[in-house]
Design a protein around this ligand. Structure first.
Ligand code: URA
Length: 259
């Protein structure tokens, strides 16, 4: 069976070859219209004072606060997903991360291991991180909902609203400078929007002082290879901003893409 990593290499090679042959526009195909948003229930819960920076916790280190948060929530039963899960998946990575990646919710492998993005979509996310010059342990990775929705369905509004305080707390503790929403559920939840990824991506948004980026969910790349270049453009936009403000990474390797 072909591994996801081999498949990703194959996708990248394919697009490099095809864009060399035909130019990029051939491959910037229409985006599939998004499903109706279900994530806006998060909005009131995640809403904070307009334009306010998130208050930095002062008494404990971020690492200690995150450990405390994990201990407090490991048995969470705020919604019905708690009864269905094998393990809660609160998140993983650095408590001092400059970038926080937000997916939708754990899948089967994440539920089994208690860690986010460890299945096929996780392999794609790791490739994205590598391309942006990051490794997993220097960023923080979490999800809008922390327990697996049965059958990998989208989380519903009640589940998202019940879980929202956890994501909000994680953002308050980690104080990431950048947020990266992976997919429509995360983007709609954070940005209080019903818009499609197509409408939300390729812009720099703001979530209470954190510059916020939006791209397709890594799993979408497995389903639709045509999204590859858009994800690549979103990664480049992120790096442009990151390089201008932080500038501690070697240049992102340019894909051999014909303009
Ligand atoms: N998809 C997600 O949105 N999150 C995960 O953790 C895994 C797959």
């Amino acid at each position: 069976m072909t591994s996801v990593s081999a498949l990703t290499d194959h996708i990248e090679q394919y697009f490099e070859q095809q864009s060399e042959l035909y130019g990029k526009d051939t491959f910037l195909l229409g985006i599939q219209p998004g499903k109706p948003a279900t994530a806006t229930a998060l909005a009131p819960v995640l809403e904070m004072k307009e334009n306010s920076e998130i208050d930095k916790p002062k008494d404990l280190s971020q690492k200690a606060l995150l450990e405390q948060f994990n201990a407090e929530h490991k048995n969470c039963m705020r919604c019905g997903l708690g009864k269905e899960r094998t393990q809660i998946v609160l998140g993983s990575g650095s408590a001092f991360a400059k970038v926080l990646f937000i997916g939708e919710g754990p899948g089967r492998e994440e539920d089994a291991k208690g860690l986010p993005f460890v299945g096929d979509a996780g392999q794609i996310l790791e490739r994205m991180l590598k391309r942006m010059g990051f490794i997993r342990k220097e960023v923080y990775i979490t999800n809008v909902v922390k327990c697996r929705p049965p059958g990998n369905r989208n989380p519903n509004d009640d589940e998202i609203a019940a879980c929202a305080p956890l994501l909000q707390k994680q953002i308050q503790i980690i104080q990431p400078r950048y947020l990266f929403c992976l997919g429509k559920v995360a983007a709609n939840a954070l940005l209080r929007s019903d818009e499609t990824i197509k409408a939300l991506r390729s812009k720099v948004h703001s979530y209470h002082g954190a510059k916020t980026f939006v791209t397709y969910h890594p799993a979408a790349l497995l389903r639709d290879q045509n999204l590859f270049w858009e994800v690549y453009e979103d990664m480049k936009l992120f790096r442009q901003v990151y390089d201008a403000e932080i500038g501690d990474k070697p240049p992102m390797v340019e894909m051999n893409r014909k303009n």
